[in-house]
Design a binder for this molecule. Sequence first.
Ligand code: F6R
Length: 261
Amino acid sequence: MEVILQPNEEAAAALVARIVAHELRTNPHLVLGLATGKTMERVYRRLVGLHKDEHLDFSLCSTFNLDEYVGLFPSDPNSYRHYMEHHLFRQVNIDPRNTHLPNGMATDLEAECRNYEALIHRFGGIDLQLLGIGKAGHIGFNEPLSALRSRTRVKALTPTTLKQNAAGFGGEDKVPRRAITMGVGTIIEARRCILLATGGSKSEVISQAVEGPITSMVTASALQLHPRCTVIVDEAAAAGLKEKDYYRWIFDNEPEWQEYR
Ligand code: F6R
């Protein structure tokens, strides 16, 4: 795992977008794993900006989102399909046929989960997976106690997550109780993972995920097992990290990061 500290959330999001742009320019057929949520909105804004200002080309890439609520139509303003259309897909030149999210309205949800896994496999696996982290320590909707080898499946959302996501629904009681999510095992098979966390509300969970033990109670901690995972945090989210100087030293000295410093 590498940890990169940035002065604020805008700089952190800009760095994530630059890495995505670099990967996309290197491999126009990139299979990109996407996350939703507040944190990612800035990243998508940046990517849209790079598309408009620097002709960043999405025409050949494919995307797979981490998760979708069960019981919401894609047209529902709270669905993750709607979020993605609004924040990214409709604003860049991506081929809509290459964008994938689990179907939370499928009549057979188990079959939907199996098919999603099979589809990722058919596309050759995910090259770069973007991740946020929930206050419950989740990646995707892998809530505490999710098996670290879990695959795409339906998960019940914990009270912490229902609360975190309540705003758009007009109350906790209106948030769907279940979601389809890639499993922890699915996520850590991606060839590269980037986790972005910003803001003081994420500082405790970030220090658990990065410096704590690997535990299914904080599923983001499973990223410690990943051979190529970068955690990008702003100063507020980094507040609880004990080894900040060490992470800064690596970023300042590692040749891989030269063009991003
Ligand atoms: C969303 C997802 C979640 C979020 C996480 C952080 O697709 O997979 O894990 O990334 O809950 O959400 P925000 O950014 O809203 O704090």
